[in-house]
Structure formats: structure tokens, C-alpha cells
Design a binder for this molecule. Structure first.
Ligand SMILES: C[S@@+](CC[C@H](N)C(=O)[O-])C[C@H]1O[C@@H](n2cnc3c(N)ncnc32)[C@H](O)[C@@H]1O
Length: 376
């Protein structure tokens, strides 16, 4: 069956690699998504194991529509009782890039109306809508006049791993954090440090990777579990296989932040992720941090805040560059920033560069190799 995994711009190739590793066939890279072929087991594995997927969709019909009536009629043609049981709550979301439809919210509403009207005609009662915790989620995607209706097997966006119970001002999306770690080619055997760790996304994602743990907990509820054809035996075997592949953490993974609140938040999150005693965090100013030894891997998501005055940004990034040159020889440092000018102020030449997005902002992800004795 056809499956579509959605992701962020810039992470499509990384997601395709992840899919290859779990046995997906006929992989095709699209914009912010990857299409592939697989069975039920692969849908379950995709949800539990992929680190860079935001949702896993199963297209169930495609048709053309140029107005709301054609959309409504197209949706109503499907036998929705095949997918939705009496008593199930439903929710529809949509994404639209079309001259024929302006508002994605309206498209979702029309899709929902068609489903609800059809089921009410059949059952005499209409299914309830539950935007937050729906049993069955439907996705409508319209590109120009091409409509694709899919079942959303995930439920909540898969960036919500469940461990971020405390946050900081600008936390990085967990899918992006994992994607950057995968893009960086970190070998999972080298000690990893995040000296500006905020809520601890990098250290949590990194520890799970190093331990071969899926990004989600085994207790997590996914929408496919509410489907009529949900096969618990297959799910249990997916879980058992993952558990059997887990391994002990044998490296140091540590975060630092100068903000006591951030350290408190990251401690909560680390505990929630089941990583207590494995991942450390400490309150420390980057510029007074001499703990990062040669040979270490470092990943940094510095504040790039537009609210910081221009002079402060210039000063701040220059200082980061100076500290790296003086105090971090022999380390590999990756920095993600949406302040592309500021990255140049580090005064170091990147040996690798990626362009992606951090939320709505274009961002660069640069690699710096700091040789002993330093080179410019
Ligand atoms: C963009 S946030 C990092 C978000 C983090 N990646 C997450 O997922 O939550 C930047 C962090 O850098 C920290 N920071 C700023 N200046 C610092 C310094 N000199 N030393 C250590 N941490 C610093 C801030 O307190 C903030 O938590």
C-alpha cells in the first residue's frame, strides 16, 4: 500500500534514509514528504521508529475538484463506515496549495461535513468531532485541483515525543533536533555536548539514538490503534523487536545552559524521557565552560533572537567563535542558526553546510572542525 511520511523542508533525504533502514520500498522524495510502499507493520514501525517524520498518512482516494461542491461530492463517494466505527470521534486537517481553494480550514470543514452527512444518513447519528484527541483523523491535501484524502495513522504530530513537559523560550522542534543529529553524521559513539541546551531536545534525542531506542515511548497511543484493521499481534512484535535492539548508553551526553530555568526544564524532560542518570545537565556559562574535551562532538542552537540588539549579536557570535578557537581544540562543532550573518561572525570556516528551516525561519546548519592549534 502507498504510505506518505510528512517531514520538514530540508529533512526529506534524511527521512528517506531512515525509511530505507526500516525496509520501505519504492521510496520517492517529495517536497516536505516521502512516499513509499509498505504494509501494516511498516505503518506501525514508521510511527514508532522514524525520528524525522511528522505524520504518517495513508492515501485512500484521489480526485479532482475545483470548488467546494466537487470536494464535498468526492469525499462523500467513499464508504466511510469502512474506516470509522459508530462511537468514534473524528477530526479533519488539511493542507492546500490551489487557486481554487483559499482557506485550508474551510477545506477541512467541507471534508468533515461530507463524512458526517454520509454517516448520519447511514446510522441516524453523526460522529462527534474532537479536534485534540480524535479516534480517527483524516487529512485532505489539495494541490491545484488534485485532491488526496488520507487516513492519518499518527494522531498528534510526531514531533510531540511526550517527554517535553517543561519548555524554554525557543525550544527546537524535536523532529528538527533529531534530523540535525542525523544530518551531522554523529557516529553515536563519540561523547556529545550541547553547551546551550535549553529544554534538552538535542541531549534527549541523541541519547535515544545512541541507545537504539525509538523516539516515542512504547506506551504511546497512535491513531492507527483505533482503526478497524488494527493488528495487535503485529504491533506487539514491532515493540518486542525494538526492545530487543536497545543497547546501553556507553558515552557521555551532557547539556549545559547558563539559565537555571532552562536547566530545571531540561531535568524534567530528561526524567520524563526515562533518561535520568544517563544524560547530565549543568548550569554553566558557555564562555566559562572548559569541560568539552578534544575528540568531543558538540551541537549548538544559540539564541539568535531578533530582539537582541545588533551590537549584542555581533559581540555574542564573535565571542562564541573566539571561545571555540581558544578552548575547544580537537572538537567537531555543529551550529544551527537562523541568523545567517551572525554565523559569519564566528570567524571560522565551515567544512560542511546545510540549509533548512527552523519553524518558519530559514536556517543554516554549519560544521566546524577545530584542529589543535586552530586554523582559520
Ligand atoms: C535557542 S535556545 C536553545 C533551545 C534548545 N535547543 C531547546 O531545544 O530547548 C538558546 C539557549 O542558549 C542559552 N544561552 C544563551 N547564552 C548562553 C551562554 N553564554 N552560555 C550558556 N547558555 C546560553 C539560553 O539560556 C537558551 O536556553
Amino acid at each position: 500500500m502507498e504510505i506518505v511520511a510528512k517531514t520538514m523542508a530540508g529533512l526529506e533525504e534524511t527521512l528517506a534514509d531512515e525509511l530505507r533502514n526500516i525496509g520501505a520500498r519504492e521510496i520517492e522524495i517529495m517536497h516536505r514528504a516521502v512516499k513509499y510502499e509498505g504494509d501494516e507493520r511498516l505503518i506501525y514501525r514508521s510511527n514508532l521508529e522514524l525520528r524525522t517524520a511528522l505524520r504518517i498518512l495513508i492515501p485512500i482516494t484521489r480526485f479532482k475538484a475545483q470548488n467546494e461542491h466537487e470536494l464535498y461530492n468526492g469525499v462523500k463517494k467513499l464508504y466511510w463506515h469502512k474506516y470509522i466505527s459508530k462511537g468514534n470521534t473524528i477530526a479533519v486537517n488539511s493542507s492546500v496549495s490551489s487557486d481554487h481553494f483559499n482557506h485550508s480550514h474551510y477545506v477541512a470543514l467541507k471534508t468533515k461535513d461530507a463524512i458526517v452527512d454520509q454517516l448520519r444518513d447511514k446510522w441516524g447519528v453523526r460522529p462527534d468531532v474532537d479536534v485534540d484527541e480524535a479516534d480517527i483523523r483524516i487529512n485532505t491535501h489539495i494541490h491545484r485541483e488534485k485532491v488526496t484524502i488520507s487516513l492519518d495513522s499518527s494522531g498528534n504530530s510526531l514531533h510531540k515525543r511526550g517527554y517535553r513537559i517543561s519548555s524554554v523560550e525557543a525550544p527546537i522542534n524535536e523532529v528538527l533536533a533529531a534530523g540535525l543529529l542525523l544530518l551531522s553524521d554523529w557516529d553515536k559513539k563519540t561523547d556529545l555536548f550541547d553547551p546551550m541546551c535549553g529544554s534538552g531536545s538535542f541531549v534527549c534525542e541523541a541519547a535515544k539514538m545512541a541507545m537504539n531506542q525509538p523516539p516515542h515511548s512504547y506506551e504511546k497511543k497512535f491513531c492507527f490503534m483505533n482503526w478497524k484493521n488494527f493488528d495487535e499481534t503485529i504491533w506487539n512484535s514491532v515493540v518486542e523487536n525494538c526492545k530487543a535492539n536497545e543497547k546501553k548508553l556507553e558515552i557521555k551526553i551532557k547539556g549545559f545552559d547558563m539559565d537555571a530555568e532552562a536547566i530545571r526544564a531540561s531535568r524534567h524532560n530528561i526524567a520524563e524521557a526515562g533518561l535520568d542518570g544517563l544524560v547530565e545537565v549543568e548550569e554553566k556559562d558557555f564562555f566559562e565552560n572548559h569541560e568539552i574535551k578534544p575528540g568531543s562532538f558538540v551541537i549548538i542552537n544559540p539564541p539568535y533572537d531578533i530582539r537582541l540588539k545588533e551590537d549584542n549579536i555581533i559581540e555574542f557570535f564573535k565571542k562564541i567563535g573566539d571561545h571555540m578557537k581558544k578552548n575547544m581544540p580537537g572538537t567537531t562543532v555543529w551550529i544551527i542558526s537562523s541568523n545567517i550573518q551572525a554565523l559569519k561572525l564566528l570567524g571560522l570556516r565551515p567544512s560542511k553546510k546545510f540549509s533548512l528551516f527552523n519553524g518558519p525561519n530559514p536556517a543554516k546548519f554549519h560544521k566546524f572542525e577545530l584542529y589543535e592549534g586552530s586554523r582559520k
